[in-house]
Write a protein that binds this ligand. Sequence first.
Ligand code: HEM
Length: 126
Amino acid sequence: MSDNTPYIIIGKEEGVRALASAFYDAMDELEEAESVREMHKENLDLIKQKLFEYLNGWLGGPHLYKDKYGSICLTDPHQPYPIGEEQRDQWITCWDRALEIVDAPDEFREMTREPIQRMASLMVNT
Ligand code: HEM
């Protein structure tokens, strides 16, 4: 294991942006992610940008989301949406597909696998 953060390993801002973008492209394309796609707006540009900003800090880089929107509990903006285990699993399916699309290094996948599962489980509210 290197001392690098996931942020460095994925390729800093450029890599995180590509991952966030690939994530919502996967959500748009995967039939098995239909119910989670339906919760989102038709146009995914803003949410791609927000996820990029959030992940940038979460993965160990500059806290772009916090700097812009302040310190929030991420479960709050998810409250209006009924998120069950099925939606959580769909979200993770999109994440896994995004890792394939950007050809994320194995080290990045290993470092983020459990934390992202835990994070997604925190959003379950129904
Ligand atoms: C567990 C399944 C999840 C579902 C079904 C879900 C769904 C959603 C939905 C419907 C929105 C609002 C979209 C909009 O405003 O158009 C949203 C916002 C957001 N989600 Fe998730 N999400 C999940 C997990 C996660 C996880 C694990 C993360 C981070 C690692 C995340 C990060 C975000 C961010 C940053 C926003 C934008 C919040 C804002 O409006 O400022 N979500 N999510």
